[in-house]
Design a binder for this molecule. Structure first.
Ligand SMILES: Cc1cc2nc3c(=O)[nH]c(=O)nc-3n(C[C@H](O)[C@H](O)[C@H](O)COP(=O)(O)OP(=O)(O)OC[C@H]3O[C@@H](n4cnc5c(N)ncnc54)[C@H](O)[C@@H]3O)c2cc1C
Length: 438
């Protein structure tokens, strides 16, 4: 059992819920302070014309053992569905299937030698173990070394620009390493079939079961409570002020909020700490989700190498999820990753509709506005930290100069893409670090 210390967890996303679960299982007293009316954060749901599903697309991989462990612990493992999915590529105005080695060999935009180099690059990235070395090499340099200039310009550069904009210039090869490692683990072997999973009912079901589990372990969950300040009082407690009238006192507080807010709410932190957190560069996302009267393709993911579509890729959820879960309509996400200050965040819904749907109908001329039965836009200004050169060496520590105040957020993922599995892993490993040092 634990020391029965009291813990305040700021933020009730996957990170906050995982921290709360592990602490409560030790027998400690835990309170989760969440500004939204529901737990879940980025995995939260939106209601779309009677259909409740994730506001941002989510998929679970067979290799996501941490995520699957949580799903088992909260008692909904039997709701997990596994499906074989396909991947598409939109290149030179045409759509290609890219779901196995034969389709890859037939892929016309590049010649056979270039295909060999592209395939080799993917294989090399999948077998490299030393992620630390990848962190010190610019992504452009590494990809050009293995794929050659032609393949870099034709395939990699558009994909990098679609996901990272011009920030790809400051990104390390770790970005491509983590992406390929995750993609590879989705497939049974090599460029063979990919199996993806989801929980029936989406992440809304996971978040609801997670909340019930936490409450059953005695965790106090305070929703609609926006944390505004964290200080330390003379009695050695950490004091948390929110928008609600009462202040809260804890032995320890962990903020799971992104770097900028985590330091802003703790005014006593040193300039050095604040600068270290401020140096973390985030990318955000503007992500329309639309319901269509019929499927747009058979691909879960369609990657895009043409520069004109304004979205990073197309995610067709109903190529994975049983359409019956979604009112027998097709759910499509059109994510666009952008910098936190991008003008796209300021556009109103009608402007975004025109901006995203016009190019979609250009890509799929059989579709028009009348096929769109519902339109929604979800956005978040800070989603994932850009893996800049030697990122892990520049990261601030999780302990701060405000005794008892810790910052554990997804920026602490140093050798993985942003996903729930990595988030759970960071929560568990960083919590062990705190407990070992107390
Ligand atoms: C477009 C997109 C696609 C994704 N696809 C996948 C996928 O396919 N598979 C996968 O595994 N993962 C995916 N992810 C990643 C996954 O959603 C994240 O890894 C995970 O949700 C991060 O959880 P978190 O708790 O770190 O952050 P968050 O979810 O951001 O949680 C932070 C919480 O803090 C709350 N908060 C903010 N300010 C305050 C305050 N002042 N006081 C109190 N509370 C506050 C917020 O409301 C939020 O609930 C995707 C993410 C996005 C955006």
């Amino acid at each position: 059992m634990g020391s029965e210390k009291s813990w305040g967890i700021i933020g009730g996303g996957i990170m906050g819920m995982t921290l709360a679960l592990r602490l409560a299982q030790r027998g400690d007293r835990v309170t989760v302070l969440e500004s939204a009316p529901k737990l879940g954060g980025l995995t939260g749901a939106v209601e779309m014309d009677g259909v409740v599903w994730d506001r941002f697309y989510h998929v679970i991989l067979m290799s996501d053992l941490n995520t699957r462990n949580i799903i088992r612990e909260i008692g909904i493992e039997n709701e997990l569905q596994w499906v074989e999915t396909k991947t598409g590529f939109f290149s030179g105005g045409k759509l290609y299937s890219m779901s196995n080695i034969f389709e890859f060999l037939k892929f016309p935009p590049i010649n056979l030698i270039d295909k060999f180099r592209l395939g080799l690059t993917i294989i090399v990235a999948s077998i490299i173990k030393d992620w630390k070395r990848m962190e010190g090499i610019p992504v452009e340099k590494w990809l050009t070394r293995w794929s050659g200039k032609r393949v870099f310009e034709k395939i990699w550069l558009p994909l990098l620009k679609a996901k990272l904009g011009n920030q790809y210039k400051d990104t390390s090869a770790l970005f491509i390493w983590t992406t390929i490692q995750r993609m590879y683990s989705a497939r049974k072997s090599g460029l063979k079939k990919e199996m993806f999973g989801y929980v029936s009912g989406g992440y809304d079901k996971i978040n609801t079961a997670f909340e019930q589990k936490l409450r059953s372990l005695g965790v106090t969950i305070i929703l609609n409570s926006q944390v505004q300040q964290v200080t330390r009082d003379p009695n050695n407690k950490v004091i948390v002020q929110t928008n609600l009238p009462d202040d809260y006192q804890f032995d320890n507080v962990i903020s799971t909020l992104h770097a900028d807010i985590s330091v802003k709410i703790a005014p006593s932190l040193t300039k050095e700490e604040i600068d270290k957190h401020a140096a973390i560069r985030y990318l955000g996302v503007v992500c329309p989700s639309i319901l269509l009267s019929r499927p747009i393709s058979k691909y879960y993911v369609t990657n895009i190498t043409d520069s004109w579509p304004p979205f990073t890729g197309i995610i067709e959820m109903t190529a994975l999820v049983d359409p019956a879960e979604l009112g027998n309509r097709s759910l499509v996400y059109l994510p666009k990753y952008v910098e936190p200050g991008d003008d796209l965040f300021l556009k109103i819904s009608d402007e975004l509709r025109e901006y995203f749907l016009k190019p979609l109908f250009k890509m799929y001329p059989d579709f028009s506005d009348k096929d769109v039965t519902f339109w929604n836009v979800s956005s978040a200004r800070r989603v994932f930290a850009l893996p800049t050169l030697n990122y892990s060496e520049k990261l601030p520590s999780i302990a701060t100069s405000l005794e008892g105040y810790y910052i554990i957020n997804s920026a602490q993922i140093i050798n993985g893409t942003l996903n729930v599995n990595e988030t759970v892993q960071v929560a568990e490993s960083k919590l062990m670090e705190i407990l070992d040092n107390q």
